[in-house]
Ligand binder design. Structure first.
Ligand SMILES: C[S@@+](CC[C@H](N)C(=O)[O-])C[C@H]1O[C@@H](n2cnc3c(N)ncnc32)[C@H](O)[C@@H]1O
Length: 299
């Protein structure tokens, strides 16, 4: 494989990426050329919303081609286009052959949620201190236990699960936006037995069912219309915008005296979430990590 590496100003990224696609690039990635420096710019987007910007002030665009000839031809064709003005070719390089499976696996080590509750990829030995564990491989669906939002939900589950007999503590559980199913499986590991896990993405539903089976956990995975009635525990790690829209639906699923646990919210979004949920529950910030917060409420 060969990489064509370009530097583009923000207003050229869309045209250049589209052109690379049309030139049969196998993949095109866009990164902040100033990442890891003082000039790095954080850009957060939300599903259903336009991105805050098309890209960074200075973006490094890397296109992958199957042969050197294809990469060189793309370079030649691009460099004579009007929209390429202001862009630069940084290089054309061969991608060294590697054991990609091993390289990918080496990036996922066991992750501790509490000192004795761990997320462990299937190719790793269980750490000796893991009294409870979830065996999970990174797949198509979000949720490997490394993201702060997932970790905070799992910490809440572990704290709650430590307060008594799991099935009674959690009651009926709804994991709304289940991704890999990690929260539903985590609740099961702390004793929950009556669990629905739903997602709009069918790949997530499949992944949840497979991960549950691999962990010896029984749950019902399905699309959102599979959620029915009221639950003692409702977990939703999505993002602030969908969480605002889902407020009436999620609150109606929380049984009287039940718990609502929301994640995917940035610290600066706390007030807008409190306001959106105020007609039903009083949300409070219960945890925070790396700029993300966990918000909880009882009904
Ligand atoms: C950030 S991931 C969380 C995955 C997992 N629950 C975790 O905590 O790691 C959010 C998931 O919510 C799903 N999702 C997004 N909008 C949704 C909606 N309106 N209804 C149901 N699921 C949704 C996405 O497909 C994705 O799998």
């Amino acid at each position: 494989m060969f990489e064509l590496i370009l530097m583009c100003p923000e207003d050229r990224i869309e045209s250049v990426s589209d052109a690379l696609d049309a030139l049969d690039a196998l993949s095109v990635s866009v990164e902040d050329a100033d990442a890891q420096t003082d000039a790095e710019q954080a850009l957060f987007g939300e599903p259903g919303m336009p991105p805050p910007k098309d890209g960074w002030q200075r973006s490094r665009v890397v296109a992958l081609f199957p042969t050197r000839e294809a990469a060189a031809e793309a370079q030649q064709l691009l460099s004579v286009q009007d929209f390429f003005e202001g862009c630069q070719v940084l290089g054309l390089a061969e991608v060294a052959e590697q054991d990609w499976v091993r390289l990918t696996q080496s990036q996922f080590a066991p992750v501790d949620i509490t000192p004795d509750f761990w997320i462990v990829p299937t190719w790793h030995e269980l750490p000796a201190q893991a009294v409870r564990s979830i065996r999970l491989d990174p797949g198509l669906a979000f949720g490997t236990g490394t993201h702060p939002t997932t970790r905070m939900c799992l910490r809440w589950i572990a704290r709650k699960g430590g307060t008594g007999e799991g099935a009674a503590v959690f009651g009926r559980v709804l994991d709304y936006g289940c991704g890999s199913g990690i929260l539903a499986i985590g609740a099961a590991k702390f004793g929950a037995t009556d669990i629905d896990a739903v997602d709009i993405d069918t790949a997530a539903v499949e992944s949840t069912a497979l991960n549950a089976e691999a962990n010896g956990v029984q749950l019902r995975a399905g699309l959102p219309d599979k959620a029915s009635g009221q639950y003692q525990t409702v977990l939703a790690n999505i993002l602030a915008t969908p969480l605002r829209v889902l407020a009436p639906l999620l609150c109606n699923h929380v049984a009287p005296g039940g718990h609502l646990v929301l994640a995917g919210i940035l610290a600066r979004q706390a007030d807008e979430l409190k306001e959106a949920y105020a007609p039903w529950v009083q949300l409070e910030v219960a945890d925070s990590e790396d700029g993300w917060i966990l918000m909880t409420a009882s009904r």
